[in-house]
Design a protein around this ligand. Sequence first.
Ligand code: UDP
Length: 329
Amino acid sequence: MILITGGAGYIGSHTTMALLEKGEDIIVFDSLDTGHIETIETLKNYGNLKFVKGNLKNLDEIRGVFMSNKIDSVIHFAAFSQVGESVTNPQKYYYNNVYGTLNLLNAMLEFGVKKIVFSSTAATYGEPEYTPIDESHPQNPINPYGNTKLMVEKIMDDYNKAYGLKSVRLRYFNVAGADTNTRIGEWHEPETHLIPNVLKATKEQTFKLFGTDYNTIDGTCVRDYINVEDLAQAHICALMYLNNGGETNYFNLGTKTGNSVKEVFSVCEKIKGEKIPLEYLPRREGDPAILVADNTKAKQILNWNPNKSLEDSIKTANEWNKILTNKQY
Ligand code: UDP
């Protein structure tokens, strides 16, 4: 059985769906602080899924899961992930993302589970020194969120050396899109991400574009948008890598292609088939001009093949946005 923490969230639910469809037995552990019970109910229709509502900050709750289930490996998504909030409320981030993970790792060690795939982030690199970013790029996070993820990566290195706990750390760039069959999708409250914010904009609530004076092709920030189903497949590849005896490792997950905010905006307009109300605002604090992944290592070592385009992602995101807007989930 595979334990998935944070399986009710955006990336966690798409990975859970992909694993259920492969016939894997899954147990999702989620506090539902940011995830949704409706997502779990949907997932239950597609395979053998057990759900435990619990919080990693409570060691006994996560120990109980290992005690009552035969867990073979773990995929760890559960974390808070809003950069801005991490600056104003670092306590929430260190306590949940670092202390919570320590509890999970301690339970794994106690019950002899030695394989974990971990959601890390491009935010561990901080302000890029060169682009595209490969895995040798220095890791100097510029906000508490990135710090929490880097700390966990370091803890995992030390636990590997001392206890033989094998980890694969997946450093996501910008994740986009929804399930091809629109069963699940991106559902954050509040929503801070570019694509859902563009798609849901109205005359009353216009889309706010942050910053047009960056040193990029059109003055807006450039990001690498990786499709969420391609990303889910990377987790399956990472698990296979560990199951085949792979050593602790880390990989960038992106497409190696950059798109500016203006480009994303115009693809959204094209797919929606209408003008989207737009307002220009000054730069948002902490946004680097360009973030693009060099994904060579993940392709070579994990045999991962992302094949969905930005347009594919925006099409599924748009279908999912209709469902969210009409409360049809
Ligand atoms: N962005 C924007 N308006 C929004 C949300 C995002 O202009 O409502 C911009 C943001 O400044 C960044 C890019 O879109 O340049 C991607 O932001 P997002 O929050 O989606 O991901 P991040 O790159 O911060 O992880």
